[in-house]
Every structure is written in C-alpha cells, then in structure tokens.
Write a protein that binds this ligand. Structure first.
Ligand code: FE2
Length: 202
C-alpha cells in the first residue's frame, strides 16, 4: 500500500437506516469492472469475497443474505486502490455511503487495514477480512510459483514461505500475526480454508 495513505480519521461508517441495502452480485461485479481495470487486482478482490462468503456460511452458520454482505465487503474492499492510491479506502467508503449501502459492509471495508486506515476491526466480519486479505494474496502468490498451482498445496509449504522474508516481501508478516491474534484463528485452520475456497475463483 502507498506509504502516503492517510488514516480515515473516523470510526463510524454508513447510516443505520441503510441496513440491509446491498448491491446484487451482478451490480457489484459491474462496479468492479468499472473501478478496477487491473485484472489481477480484480481477481484478488473476488478471491477475498469468495473466502469471506464461504466462512460466513460454513463457520459462522449465517444465512445467505448475511453471507452476501461478507462477499460484498470482500469483493469491493480494494475498489479504489488502483485509481486513488493515496486515498485508498476513503474513496470507496464514501462512495458506498453515497449509495446507501449497509453500514456493516462499509465498516468491514474500513477495517481491512488497521495500521493504514486507523480503524479497529470490531465484528467477526471485520476481523476476518483483515486476516483473509493478507493471507489470500500470499497464498495466491505461493500458488503461482508452483507448476500445479493450487493442486496438492499443503499448509506446511505455505508456512515455510511465510518464514521466508524475501517471498512476497510486500505481505506484512506482522499484520498476519496481528490479524490471527485479533480473530483467535490459527494458520492451521485458515490456510487450508483459503486454498479450498479461492482456487476456483476466476
Ligand atoms: Fe486486498
């Protein structure tokens, strides 16, 4: 992330009256095409969305409508990064507020980088996007250097790469550790979950 990113300077997002208001899958994907020309970045966002939704359904036991909010937050979290690198997060948060999107989705997006945006993850949804964001990108980078990509990828090989500072050096190991502690999750649970749920995303 650009070093010049400013913290958001606030801790409350969206309007409670907008609760339940979301973009449909079609609307969100069209929004992504418009806002994010970079295909690789779009793939990253769709992967985080898929993993978020799968976690909401499988691990939190949430109904489809709630899980859709987790997907939406994942799929939109970096929507402003490419076009507004110095205002990353602020622009997308304000755009979603203008569109009257559910406040939990906006707060989740605002929580995806506490060290950068100065927003503390509060809900499980907030904590999981923080954790999935860093690890999803890392695991995808690990898959790309294997001839068989995701096939047969195991937890230990990912953990070994995490201990190799030169591999995907831009991924902050400190943030991963922080996100694990905040969410109460372990790499042994999270890594296979991500491998399983993001590999089929295109
Ligand atoms: Fe991201």
């Amino acid at each position: 992330m650009a070093e010049s990113i400013q913290p958001l300077g606030r801790t409350s997002f969206g309007n409670p009256a907008d609760a339940g208001n979301v973009m449909t899958e079609t609307e969100a994907l069209a929004f992504l095409e418009e806002w994010v020309p970079n295909e690789k970045l779009r793939l990253h966002m769709k992967q985080v969305g898929a993993v978020m939704k799968a976690w909401a359904l499988e691990k939190e036991g949430l109904p489809e409508a709630e899980a859709h909010k987790w997907w939406l937050a994942g799929v939109l979290h970096d929507a402003d990064w490419e076009k507004f690198p110095n205002d990353h997060c602020r622009v997308i948060v304000e755009e979603l507020e203008r569109r009257h999107i559910d406040p939990s989705v906006i707060q989740c997006i605002a929580s995806h980088g506490p060290r950068h945006f100065g927003v503390e993850p509060q809900t499980t949804m907030d904590k999981m996007i923080y954790l999935f964001d860093e690890l999803s990108g890392f695991i995808h980078a690990a898959a790309l250097v294997r001839p068989q990509r995701y096939e047969g990828m195991d937890v230990k090989s990912v953990q070994k790469k995490l201990k190799t500072p030169a591999f995907a050096a831009q991924v902050s190991r400190e943030d991963i550790q922080d996100a694990l502690e905040r969410s109460g999750q372990s790499l042994e649970t999270i890594i296979p979950f991500i491998i399983q749920h993001q590999q089929q995303v295109q």
